[in-house]
Ligand binder design. Structure first.
Ligand code: IPD
Length: 270
């Protein structure tokens, strides 16, 4: 796909993310907590996630019929296609059902070797983040860049708390112990896609989470990279194919080594 084609496609995806976001915002106004189901312990979903995904997948299929899908609610549908959409129709579901911010729509496109575009629409602040492999990264039309903070002591760090507490606890509790009191602040906002975009926009310096899905991180990762940031697994490997969410550390680049050092030998349970 050449630059012109990718730019045109990016514009269509931006429109679609805004449409899906307005569906989420409208549903939020009348949302009833009784309509929530649990996929696994503490992992929630509702008709809003499912309907949003149906609408997004149908439109994306029209835009690029030769693409497969990895989508949070309907799973992986790939049959050797040259492209793949990676979709989270509502990232921050727990925030959404409790009427908290942020929550967003996240749509990424990759080919067999790299991410091509990413669009994240954060509904609560009406913020549209996007980038493609030929562009810079943007927020509501303004170019964004990662921060230049280079000391952990001055850094605002985001932590993600995955649903699988049993496998995650022995990893994340020592990380909190190592960081708390040694960084400017620790925060947990509850939407991986939004938080990675916030690192891209210089609002945070780094973020750590493991055991999440590719739909949580794919779109935001290309936005972060085009804003000058780094994304890797916990060993520092940065492969365009690893957007699995299994181990994800993102940073402004300047603090990547220090964050990897913080993790040191800690492992997430297999
Ligand atoms: C969740 C959010 C949250 C993260 C969880 C994710 P969902 O995604 O991104 O920030 O900590 O691990 O599963 O379920 O709201 O799409």
């Amino acid at each position: 796909m050449n630059e012109q084609e990718l730019n045109a496609l990016t514009e269509q995806v931006k429109k679609l993310a805004l449409e899906a976001g307005s569906f989420l915002t409208n549903e939020r106004k009348k949302f009833d907590l009784n309509k929530v189901e649990q996929k696994r312990s503490h992992d929630y979903v509702s008709y809003v996630d499912k309907e949003s995904e149906k609408m997004i997948v149908a439109q994306l299929h029209k835009l690029l019929p030769q693409a497969g899908f990895i989508a949070e609610e309907s799973g992986t549908h790939m049959n050797g296609e040259p492209y793949c959409w990676v979709v989270d129709p509502l990232d921050g579901t727990t925030n959404f059902i409790h009427n908290n911010a942020p929550f967003c729509v996240s749509i990424g496109l990759r080919n067999k070797t790299e991410m091509l575009l990413g669009v994240v629409y954060e509904c609560c602040r009406n913020e549209l983040f996007w980038a493609n492999k030929y562009s810079k990264a943007y927020l509501n039309g303004q170019e964004i860049n990662v921060s230049r903070v280079c000391e952990l002591n001055n850094a605002a760090i985001e932590l993600g708390f995955t649903y699988d507490a049993d496998r995650y606890r022995n990893f994340i509790v020592p990380i909190i112990n190592r960081l708390y009191g040694n960084v400017a602040t620790l925060r947990v906002l509850g939407s991986a896609a939004a938080e990675i975009c916030y690192v891209a926009a210089g609002r945070f310096e780094a973020r750590i989470e493991a055991l999440i899905g590719p739909w949580d991180v794919a779109a935001a990762s290309i936005i972060l990279k085009q804003a000058g940031g780094l994304v890797s697994d916990f060993c520092g490997n940065e492969s365009d194919l690893f957007y699995s969410g299994k181990e994800t550390i993102v940073s402004n680049g300047l603090l990547h080594a220090a964050m990897l050092q913080t993790i040191n030998n800690l492992k997430v349970e297999e």
